[in-house]
Design a protein around this ligand. Structure first.
Ligand SMILES: [Zn+2]
Length: 193
């Protein structure tokens, strides 16, 4: 980046470079840990390498900086005065990437929850957000369990139906053989054809 950055932009750049240990992420991780949740960080096997995943609950959490991810209507997502086209393009690209990642994860059966940086400003607000997050995770886990058990039941039923059908077919064949016995002579002749 050859152009001059304002201190705020530079700060954003640096926090981006620092990468995974941004303050909001640390807060979310601590909040989850304190509530007894087990999670994985930046799982490379998943699309978009989500910040936090809870495999047991089928939940992926994106912890988004409001500026970088273009939080709509948020006061922390202000456009810089210098080089606005550059930032606009960059943020639009991030948003697009977020949407694609979310759709991809959902298609794989994950519930995606986004936590915004601004939701964690101030102790009380942060605690409330983390409490709500825990509830969202539990609900997602419940939905997933219901879905899985339903799938299991319907698979079991399908198997039973198939077995019943095969048994019935066998019965019918036996019945036909009993009712319309083919004389041995014809049987032998048809074999020689
Ligand atoms: Zn925000």
């Amino acid at each position: 980046m050859a152009d001059k950055l304002t201190p705020i932009q530079r700060h954003h750049c640096m926090s981006r470079i620092r990468g995974k240990d941004t303050r909001p992420e640390v807060l979310v991780r601590r909040g989850l840990h304190a509530r007894g949740f087990r999670f994985r960080l930046q799982d490379r096997r998943l699309p978009g390498r989500p910040d936090i995943t809870l495999p047991k609950w089928g939940v992926a959490i994106m912890v988004n900086g409001c500026f970088w991810h273009g939080h709509k209507g948020c006061r922390y997502a202000t456009k810089p005065q210098t080089n606005p086209e550059f930032w606009e393009a960059k943020i639009a690209r991030n948003r697009h990437r977020d949407e694609v990642t979310e759709a991809h994860l959902e298609a794989l059966g994950w519930t995606v929850i986004t936590v915004w940086e601004c939701e964690l400003k101030g102790r009380e607000a942060a605690e409330a957000r983390l409490e709500a997050l825990a509830e969202e995770i539990r609900q997602a886990g419940e939905r997933r369990q219901q879905w899985e058990s339903q799938r299991k039941i319907s698979r079991l039923n399908a198997k039973k139906e198939r077995e019943k059908l095969l048994a019935r077919q066998k019965e019918l064949e036996e019945e036909i053989k009993r009712k319309f016995p083919i004389p041995t002579r014809i049987k032998n002749e048809s074999k020689n054809e």
